[in-house]
Design a protein around this ligand. Structure first.
Ligand code: GNR
Ligand code: NI
Length: 169
């Protein structure tokens, strides 16, 4: 197993639109294991392939506290959305930054599992928030895109400062 490097904002590769997966190989399964390992190590509750510079429609999620609910979604599609809910979000690609985002409260998602078998899942709460956050990544979208221009400007300044600190450390 291996830890993968996570791209950080404003890396333009985070804006790539992911392509569907149509081959379910051993290689893909090893990569999925690496994504889980990277997510748990970070630690995070979700990781989209886009974030590790692999531009295919693949995400892993586990919102449990004890690594007991691993989900892998391939070629995911939200087929139903209902209600609205505000949640404070963070992102492994936007370190040390948190902001409120409004998402659908209840969703239905259909996807393929790591063996290529179709499944459907209804989700609410943190799992629903996380699924919507990860699917955005596959479309090249980040949670910070929902913020006001002023807040986005502040974030850019903060990221520039962090990058300078890193460069001189
Ligand atoms: O670890 C993560 N936590 C989180 C918290 C609230 C809303 C969304 C998330 S997803 C994030 C991991 C990540 O960046 N996934 O893309
Ligand atoms: Ni994210």
């Amino acid at each position: 197993m291996a830890l993968l490097d996570i791209l950080t904002f404003p890396d333009p590769r985070l804006r790539t639109k992911a392509k569907p997966i149509n081959e379910f190989t051993d290689e893909l399964n090893t990569f999925i294991d690496d994504m889980f390992e990277t997510m748990y190590d970070a630690p995070g509750i979700g990781l989209a392939a886009t974030q590790v510079n692999f531009h295919k429609q693949l995400v892993v999620i586990d919102v449990s506290e004890d690594k007991s609910e691993p989900y892998c979604f391939i070629n995911p599609e939200i087929t139903h959305k209902e209600g609205a809910e505000v949640c404070q979000e963070g992102c492994l690609s936007v370190p040390e930054f948190f902001a409120d985002v409004t998402r659908a409260e209840n969703i239905t998602v259909k996807a393929l599992d790591r063996n290529g078998k179709a499944f459907e899942l209804e989700a609410d709460g943190l799992l629903a928030v996380c699924i919507q956050h990860e699917l955005d990544h596959l479309n090249g979208k980040l949670f910070v895109d929902y913020l006001s221009p002023l807040k986005q400007q502040r974030l850019r300044k903060k990221m520039e400062k962090l990058a300078k600190q890193k460069a001189s450390a």
